[in-house]
Design a binder for this molecule. Sequence first.
Ligand code: G3I
Length: 380
Amino acid sequence: MRATDWPAARGLLIDRRRLLGVLAATGAAVRPGAPNAACRAPSLAALAAEKGLMFGMALTREQVREAPPLVAVALAQAAMLVPGNELKWVRAEPEPGQFDFADADALVDLAHAHGLLSRGHALVWHEALPAWMGPGLTRAEAGAALSRHIKTLCSRYAGRMHSWDVVNEAIEPSGAGPLRRTPFLAALGEDYIARAFALAAEADPDAILTLNEYDLERDTEWQARRRAAMLDLLNRLVRRRVPVRALGVQGHLDPAKGRFDPEVFRGFIRAVASLGLSVFITELDITDRTLPGAVVARDRAAAEETRAYLAAALAEPAVRLVVTWGVSDAYSWVDGNPRTRRTDGLTSRPHLYDAAFRPKPLRAAVAEALRSAPARGIAR
Ligand code: G3I
């Protein structure tokens, strides 16, 4: 089905004329007919597609309401839009059996109205849960809630999602076992993971089903334990023929979390690929809390860290998708989290575009990593 077949976004469709006008207002200097660097500079989506990769950006309904220039950048640069919060349980099913898809629909429709793909984040996660989806559920109640939630969401968007983060952040090897103690694990045991994938596969058989995780890339003892726990879990799931098709590596970079050794990360990606799985970089951004305060030096350091990370990831043919967890420094989760915000009070600069929606060295670094990546076969 062509993108133009999708229903127009509910009041969110930005017509091309307005899009160009907004881009021009943001200094992107894209004016109809006028040759200029921005017109000639290939989009990140185009750079990715040349190598058989896909590039996407996450954004939220709030950003679409408040920041047309941000939307203009995302529509111009990405081949995929990811709803940052709107498909989380607390937003999609705030009360048992009562679903609210207005914001998610708007973002999925916006993507498809402009010929972009979508991916769903996240069907099962221990955060962003409504109060009623808590630890007190019986096995039967949790099983019924899981089934209703996944069937409803995946059926609604069946055929319109490139992929789903079916389970997000399932491992936590510091605890009693390798898995995170969540309400789902407490009520259903490890089988909640296989059940979630089976439900998603039945309701949306064409989507690539993904297990999504963070802190898998650094050369530290802690992240080595996380990589081992993830590989062990994936091995068990693949042996049981659970329909997991990709590992999502979130890619929330933070130099403070330890040394990055490209070969360690590449070896992990190859181990995942040996199970027949693809690897998606699903939430790329950078926490700059330990980088210099001065903007020029900070941006340069962040760009180099990100370029090195992506160069390592994209050297592996199993990596097929890169999604940035946002567009502009005007909106980011980083400063809202005491574990990631800077201690000097300066605003973090985690994204490819600054708060005035101008490209930063980080964008150039991502573009360079895409340009230098070896070509893949046809991306799915
Ligand atoms: O929309 C409400 C607003 O109405 C209210 O006034 C405000 C204050 O309570 O909250 C707003 O909702 C917030 C929402 O972001 C939208 O800004 C939630 O409280 C806040 O918890 C939520 O944070 C999100 C977080 O996940 C938790 O869901 C971040 O935006 C989002 O970037 C972050 O993304 C996660 C990925 O899903 C999983 N991987 C890690 C990543 C970063 O934490």
